[in-house]
Ligand binder design. Structure first.
Ligand code: ADP
Ligand code: MG
Length: 254
């Protein structure tokens, strides 16, 4: 089966709030699935329930053939799932290179003792990790900022660094929650181009939450439309654009 992710009857309730309510969908290998829906329709909560930020109220999540329902956020990277958050998460007081290497340390196969006494195993890991981080920075056009403190760089560059941190672990599936938020339309386009370029180079699937319909229509292979925690529609961009339910509920009936 070419479905890398299978979500079945996912529910995430907060008391009486049904943030995600009986949602089922899949993602194919190397596919880009777009997710749209009004504010509060459960998009971010769906990511949180998938990645173990919250334990789902009900439902089943299968990834690469394994049941990962309710597993903690820390374990996601080992399954091959990586994500960014709706609010930018970078270490502003650290250099660009260190930010990327910290991202990679989620993958670390040495232990704390190795790190503290700097065993040969740890130094080898560190060297390899630095090389890998430099390669990625070069791929992303970020090399010239390698030694800069992240906090001193423009917001658009910080967004790219966050993206780099998410992909350094070589994920099979990357979850992006409004990566272009706060960027102007040119910057948003550039970031999206970069995301698509790296996706092709490295080969991973993406679930992209975004409000920008132009970006969504041109980059998503399929689109899932959410409303009140449920699926309103799912299909090819052209099908979504012409879906009467979507037009009425979301695109404003034009
Ligand atoms: P979206 O990302 O589509 O804008 P969210 O997933 O952030 O929507 O929110 C969906 C609904 O779930 C909202 O009504 C929100 O208030 C609620 N919600 C999200 N997280 C929590 C939480 N931790 N506790 C209570 N309610 C929450
Ligand atoms: Mg959200």
């Amino acid at each position: 089966m070419d479905h890398i992710l299978e979500v079945e009857h996912l529910k995430m309730y907060f008391g009486g709030v049904k943030a995600v309510d009986d949602l089922s969908f899949y993602v194919k290998q190397n596919e880009l699935l777009g997710v749209i829906g009004p504010n509060g329709s459960g998009k971010t909560t769906m990511f949180n329930a998938l990645t173990g930020v919250y334990k789902p109220t009900d439902g089943k999540i299968t990834f690469n053939g394994a049941d990962i329902t309710g597993q903690p956020l820390d374990s996601m990277v080992h399954h091959g799932i990586s994500r960014t958050f709706q609010n930018l998460r970078v270490f502003k007081a650290m250099t660009v290179l260190d930010n990327i290497m910290i991202g990679d340390s989620k993958n670390i196969k040495t232990n704390l003792l190795d790190a503290v006494i700097r065993t040969p195993k740890f130094r080898k890991y560190e060297r390899e990790s630095r090389e890998k981080a430099r390669e990625l920075l070069s791929l992303l056009g970020l090399s010239k900022w390698e030694k800069e403190y992240v906090g001193s760089l423009p917001y658009g560059i910080q967004k790219r660094i966050e993206f780099a941190r998410a992909v350094i672990v070589d994920p099979d599936l990357l979850l992006l929650d409004e990566p272009a938020a706060g960027l102007n339309s040119k910057e948003a386009e550039n970031l999206m181009e970069l995301i698509l370029y790296v996706k092709e180079k490295m080969g991973f699937a993406v679930i992209l939450i975004d409000h920008n319909m132009k970006i969504m229509m041109s980059s998503a292979e399929r689109i899932l439309v959410m409303e009140s925690g449920r699926e309103l529609a799912v299909g090819l961009p052209v099908e979504i654009q012409n879906d009467p339910n979507v037009i009425n509920a979301y695109l404003g009936g034009e």
